[in-house]
Ligand binder design. Sequence first.
Ligand code: NDP
Ligand SMILES: N[C@@H](C=O)C(=O)O
Length: 255
Amino acid sequence: MRIAIVTGASSGLGREFVRQLEHFYRELDEIWVIARREERLVELKKEMKTYVRVFAGDMEQSLVYKQVKNRLENQNPDVRMLVNAAGFGKIGTVSDVAQEDKNLQLRMIDLNCRGLTEMTCVCLPWMSRGSRIVNLASAAAFCPQSGFAVYAATKSYVLSFSRGLGAELKDKGIWVTAVCPGPVDTEFFQVSGSAGSLMKESVMAEPYDVVRQALLDVREKKELSVYGAAMKGAEAAAKLLPHSLVMKAMEKWGR
Ligand SMILES: NC(=O)C1=CN([C@@H]2O[C@H](COP(=O)(O)OP(=O)(O)OC[C@H]3O[C@@H](n4cnc5c(N)ncnc54)[C@H](OP(=O)(O)O)[C@@H]3O)[C@@H](O)[C@H]2O)C=CC1
Ligand SMILES: N[C@@H](C=O)C(=O)O
């Protein structure tokens, strides 16, 4: 049995991956979806032609990883693709965010870094030649960001982890792609707080376009998927210019 597993499938980019996977990978027998909001996952299941198996659980807790692992052990499927999309951010200085909720940034690190790593480790034994791992990093991974410091750091982790893991798995024929979008019009900003800058609003992308580009890049075994000219420019700027300069520009126009 060939399956794909998608975390963060109840909204935004994760949900869009599930929708488009059906068209990109017609040979899939099942898609396993993970998020806390079960009713959203059930809605998604109803609209899909492919069988969707729902795992409703909090990836900050251990139970859902055990449930996925048990199911993998029982069914012994071939995991053709893992999409790690579950994640969140919070706009604000480190001390402001901590004052509002002292655990929030620690939870962010837990989900964005530990959760993504744990789900990858759970799935890896069931992956084989040609399987893909797709990790949702962000353009925020390219350079530190004041006013979004913990989030940007978690996404740098995701980018670095994806590259290192990709190098480890190359000989096994398992390909890892880090997806690094700029702002995308999802519920992300309801959680993080408003994007609130003209610059961000002007480059806001649609989930459909970002995911379509990502799946094309995944097909081509690209290490990185960066959607749109603006974010390609941001990636180049972060490579070529001192980060202190990029950070100043971001502070002036970015938020
Ligand atoms: N939108 C943007 O501008 C960008 C987003 N990204 C990244 O893309 C990924 C997807 O974000 P996006 O789709 O935009 O945002 P959404 O807020 O729309 O989706 C986030 C998803 O993560 C799930 N999630 C959140 N917390 C948990 C948890 N504790 N356990 C299980 N699932 C959880 C949510 O499901 P539920 O609440 O039901 O649990 C939801 O399905 C994130 O990693 C984000 O950092 C990267 C660049 C840009
Ligand atoms: N890229 C977005 C988050 O990851 C943002 O710029 O807010």
